[in-house]
Design a binder for this molecule. Structure first.
Ligand code: DC
Length: 220
């Protein structure tokens, strides 16, 4: 039995990754990391610093001067930018509209990928994002790609009351040169368009056991 494990949950915006990850973290008694929140926090800090998010040099310089912390808190992590918790500001349109541009910059990805890997040292976790199974933890046997139709994803975002240019973000995230959103060859793809949350969770848990996660870890 492995001492610790990483479960990678990738997929486009509003596909249901966060909902599934939160339930799984409760069921498996492990931590949950939303890596998108770290990219949003970096973007927020860069905007606060007055850097142009479309200028890779300015972004890299602003990021080097930022202090980004991820502190364990309950079953998740609190992100601090220069000691400040940005909270709901990470969901603001100003951040949502720039985060894909910032996330396409290789220096940003190098720094955040290293930070995400450190979070897994000595602990089991579920990490959701875009490149978790393909780049951040390519060797984990537990990889999922959670998808849903564009119409369903748009209506889920609307129901959350959020203004989010998710179609544009998905396009940018899938076509960038460094660590684009892709389906890792060994990922289990789950289309959640017509599924309830508990059906998705059941499918993930069954796949985890089939892939060797000790059954005891995956019991409710
Ligand atoms: O999960 P989210 O929608 O909050 O993510 C916000 C953005 O962060 C997403 O559009 C692309 C970027 N991101 C990334 O490039 N790589 C990740 N592993 C997670 C998020």
């Amino acid at each position: 039995m492995p001492d610790s494990f990483v479960i990678a949950i990738d997929g486009p915006a509003a596909s249901g990754k966060s909902s599934v990850s939160k339930v799984l973290a409760r069921r498996l008694h492990c931590s949950h990391v939303n890596s998108g929140a770290l990219y949003r926090a970096a973007t927020w800090g860069i905007l606060q610093a007055g850097a142009d998010p479309a200028d890779p040099r300015a972004v890299a310089a602003a990021l080097a001067a930022l202090h980004l912390d991820c502190l364990p808190s309950g079953s998740g992590f609190t992100i601090l930018v220069n000691g400040v918790d940005p909270g709901d500001q990470l969901r603001q349109p100003a951040v949502a509209s720039q985060v894909s541009s910032v996330a396409s910059i290789p220096e940003v990805r190098d720094l955040l990928t290293a930070q995400l890997r450190r979070l897994a040292e000595g602990r089991s976790l579920i990490m959701e994002g875009r490149d978790i199974g393909s780049v951040v933890f390519p060797h984990t046997p537990y990889k999922f790609y959670i998808d849903a139709s564009e119409a369903v994803r748009l209506s889920r975002r609307r129901a959350q009351g959020e203004v989010d240019s998710l179609v544009t973000r998905d396009q940018q995230d899938s076509t960038r040169k460094t660590a684009p959103l892709v389906v890792a060859p060994d990922a289990r793809v789950i289309d959640t368009t017509a599924l309830e949350l508990d059906q998705v969770v059941a499918e993930v848990l069954a796949a985890l056991v089939a892939r060797g996660l000790p059954a005891g870890s995956a019991e409710s």
